[in-house]
Ligand binder design. Structure first.
Ligand SMILES: [Zn+2]
Length: 168
């Protein structure tokens, strides 16, 4: 693995064992795809090269493929806080890059919600100060509720280098 090469990549693809990590990278603002079910390794590698993405995987066999060294980052831990720790220094991850700017479910950049969408939110969410955002792809709405605030606390803890397990 060449740290200089992988350090340049700022877009990611997570394998199916890293779906939770993918959502946290999106929460931090990173363009992070998830591997579609059934895609074979060769096609995945080709897509990663074509889209200049780093594959994050827990599967050792990726590293055995020729030419994979600059294309693959192996994640060892199964725990989310430890995974975040593993990524942070080698990949230069900034967990507060652009918090909550992407849909956690499908990676689309969020847009500001319009008033009618905010008015439709369940009370008391609509009474919060915002920002309110909407995913243009799946239509989900996001707001700064307690869950988002707890996620933000974790992103801030990771930014401070605190990776002990904190449940949210
Ligand atoms: Zn979405």
């Amino acid at each position: 693995m060449n740290p200089e090469m992988i350090g340049l990549k700022r877009r990611f693809i997570c394998d199916e064992m890293l779906n939770r990590l993918a959502r946290w990278l999106r929460a931090a603002g990173y363009d992070t795809e998830q591997v579609a079910h059934g895609v074979n390794d060769r096609d995945l590698m080709a897509h990663a090269v074509a889209s200049d993405r780093l594959i994050l995987t827990r599967d050792h066999k990726f590293l055995e493929r020729r030419g994979s060294a600059s294309q693959v980052f192996l994640v060892i831990s199964g725990a989310i806080d430890e995974q975040a720790h593993e990524l942070t220094a080698p990949l230069g991850i900034n967990w507060l890059k652009a918090p909550f700017s992407r849909c956690l479910m499908d990676n689309a950049p969020l847009r500001p919600a319009i008033k009618a969408e905010i008015d439709d939110l369940p009370w008391p969410s609509q009474s919060l100060t915002g920002p309110f955002t909407t995913c243009p792809d799946c239509g989900r709405h996001y707001w700064t509720g307690s869950h988002t605030l707890r996620m933000r606390d974790k992103l801030e803890a990771w930014t401070r280098g605190q990776f002990e397990r904190v449940s949210i």
